[in-house]
Design a protein around this ligand. Structure first.
Ligand code: ZN
Length: 130
């Protein structure tokens, strides 16, 4: 089975590497994909670890896990990326994340900002839209 992030690799060759070791992530897009697959697995631990410490919603961890478990994840669509390469220290990823909730298809459309913290790519929050 292919990894849930939408790559053609198996989970063990894809997001599992990130989930086991955040510092193995080399690009912002890779971090974004690994966070999506963490949502599909309700892996709150990784969602917190891959979140910048200044914006980390640690109090909501359990609620996030419960919500992530309660919906059926469909797929991730990466629409656009800027910077976020191995030599960058910031970047953005614009994506659609589709899921079923209460029998309806819902979509999270977001332009996310990623930066490095302690050398690792982490999610900062919504990117400024200009
Ligand atoms: Zn993956």
């Amino acid at each position: 089975m292919n990894c849930r992030c939408g790559s053609t690799k198996k989970y063990t060759d894809c997001c599992k590497i990130a989930h086991a070791n955040l510092s193995a992530v080399t690009t912002a897009e890779q971090l974004m994909r690994s966070r999506y697959s963490a949502f599909t697995m309700a892996n709150g631990e990784y969602l917190m670890k891959s979140h910048h410490s200044s914006t980390r919603p640690i109090k909501e961890k359990k609620a996030i896990e419960n919500w992530a478990k309660s919906v059926s994840w469909i797929r991730l669509e990466v629409l656009e990326t800027s910077q976020g390469h191995p030599t960058d220290d910031k970047g953005t990823v614009t994506f659609n994340a589709y899921y079923f909730e209460n029998g309806k298809v819902e979509v999270i459309h977001e332009k996310s900002a990623f930066i490095r913290e302690d050398g690792n790519w982490v999610y900062l929050g919504l990117a400024e839209t200009k």
